[in-house]
Write a protein that binds this ligand. Structure first.
Ligand SMILES: Nc1ncnc2c1ncn2[C@@H]1O[C@H](COP(=O)(O)OP(=O)(O)OP(=O)(O)O)[C@@H](O)[C@H]1O
Ligand SMILES: [Mg+2]
Length: 253
């Protein structure tokens, strides 16, 4: 079942004292339930901009974007907020944690907008999710007292706590060491598998990209398919040759 459908999507921003800037052009993409997609590309190529469109945070300037078979253009703003809150788990590049709120309060926040059991049992559900990211002992910690990697894991717990159908992860392991990064990706995959969600990951890490089953790349706002990995890559072996390019090699470890 198709969750996301994009056809000819562009995103242009108006600048002061300069011609409009085209960030995305002619983006075609279909994402089905259960898909594992990775997106690579240089800094400034439009990756976060694309993720914001996929997560219903921004609108395309032109082109068609359908979520769950419905044109996003037809959503009222209240409906967009509702669909985004219920169906989309966003792991932001900058974490976007609420400062002055504990780790537990941050992870509970999405559940305040949920119904029934998810709402009434929000403290228990959020506690369990923090436990799963290895932060069960830091429930009462404020974000500014947590390390970068710990903040990232709070952000990950928050994104997963409502069981989204679409998980959008913007460099989800960027602040994590190799081992914690691998654990977090395994958790993302497990949660996605459990709820039949699609997982779209922006990453500079070829090993993380190799965990996906479809590999995409953005160059100056143009999205292309990188090529399917071979079986050894799926089993955690070598990274597909297509991913060994200058951009990836140029990124500091
Ligand atoms: N609202 C905006 N106004 C002006 N320029 C913008 C806006 N949003 C994004 N841009 C520009 O569009 C380009 C793409 O930005 P984007 O954040 O999508 O890049 P990215 O691929 O995520 O980069 P990085 O890997 O550094 O996170 C950048 O040059 C950025 O400066
Ligand atoms: Mg970005």
């Amino acid at each position: 079942m198709t969750l996301l459908h994009l056809a000819g999507v562009t995103r242009t921003v108006q600048l002061i004292d300069a011609p409009p800037l085209t960030i995305l052009s002619g983006v075609d993409l279909d994402v089905a339930v259960g898909d594992r997609v990775s997106i690579v590309g240089r800094s400034g190529s439009g990756k976060s901009t694309l993720l914001n469109l996929l997560g219903l945070l921004d609108n395309p300037t032109t082109g068609d974007l359908e979520f769950d078979g419905r044109p996003v253009k037809s959503f009222s703003s209240a409906e967009r907020d509702r669909v985004r809150g219920r169906d989309v788990g966003f792991i932001f590049q900058q974490f976007n944690l609420l400062q002055g709120r504990t780790a537990l309060e941050n992870v509970m926040t999405p559940l305040l907008y949920a119904q029934g059991k998810q709402f009434w049992q929000r403290a228990r559900i959020a506690t369990e999710m923090l436990d799963r990211v290895g932060l069960g002992h830091r429930l009462g910690a404020m974000p500014d007292k947590l390390s970068g990697g710990e903040q990232q894991r709070v952000a990950i717990a928050r994104s997963l706590v409502r069981g989204p159908r679409l998980i959008l992860a913007d460099e989800p392991t960027g602040a994590l060491d190799l081992e914690t990064g691998a654990d977090v990706m395994a958790l993302l995959d497990e949660v996605a598998t459990g709820s039949g969600a699609a997982l779209i990951t922006i990453t500079h890490d070829p090993a993380i990209a190799a965990l996906a089953t479809r590999h995409l790349r953005l160059d100056h706002g143009v999205l292309t398919v990188v090529g399917a990995p071979d079986d050894s890559a799926l089993l955690g072996g070598d990274v597909p040759d297509d991913l060994r390019d200058d951009d990836l090699a140029a990124v500091p470890a």
